[in-house]
Write a protein that binds this ligand. Sequence first.
Ligand code: BTN
Length: 274
Amino acid sequence: MTTPAAFQPLNAQAIQRALSTRTLGRTLHVLDEVPSTNTAAAELARENAPHGTVVVAGCQTAGRGRLGRHWHSPSGKNLYCSVLLRALPAGEQQAHWLSWIPLLAALAVCRAVQVVTSLKPSVKWPNDILAGDRKLGGVLCESSGVGTTHAAVIVGIGVNVNIREDEFPDELRPIATSLLIEARQPWDRAALLAALLLELETRYESLQAGRHGDIRQEYMLRCATIGRRVRIELAHGESMDGTAESIQPDGSLRVVRDDGTLADVRTGDVIHLR
Ligand code: BTN
């Protein structure tokens, strides 16, 4: 009897068979274990790896999240991958792209999850992937050569796929979820990765074609933060309470503070209140 795809270790052949992208994932590194796929992709970038190079691993021993956090990365359960994006514009436009890439990556994850599983995840600004109020996945973007003509971005994506509730550490159990928990069935990570790369490629091409408006519109529709009461945790332990109003053309979150003044938040940790 053959093992169902959902329980098979990730392998390059299965991923390549499922791929329908032009460039993303056409250079593919599949590793059993790695400290962090983002770190591995950064090393490949320094060695001139091409646009669209993907690193995917069965487990991470030092998985990294946003804001210096740890990313729980047990073996054989979830999706841990990093995509190297090149071909960024020079000059002023570059900063604009850099602010939109994390957001469009979150959209790509949501859409891929929806296509594969029929679940409909939402995004907590800027790029937490949620099922209900629980975290299903996240995106960590790291850039190099910013301001130069050879800028590159590593888009690191983690999705909780086949992890059971009792396999989360105590501190994550109340706030994290997985596709298995939500849909009550296991999923093939190779198929999910292939769908994700296609959705990411489509949206990166939209950015390249100057269709920022389309991405912004899609983001507003997916974003569970808009219209919510929020607490924004800023640097230096400061915080601000208000209502999230919209996504600005530069990807920042417009918040109406409780005193009625407006703030456009570019970085920070958002807590959905009530
Ligand atoms: C977050 O904090 O929400 C972002 C989590 C990003 C995790 C992914 S897993 C693959 C890639 N490698 C890492 O070390 N982190 C990202």
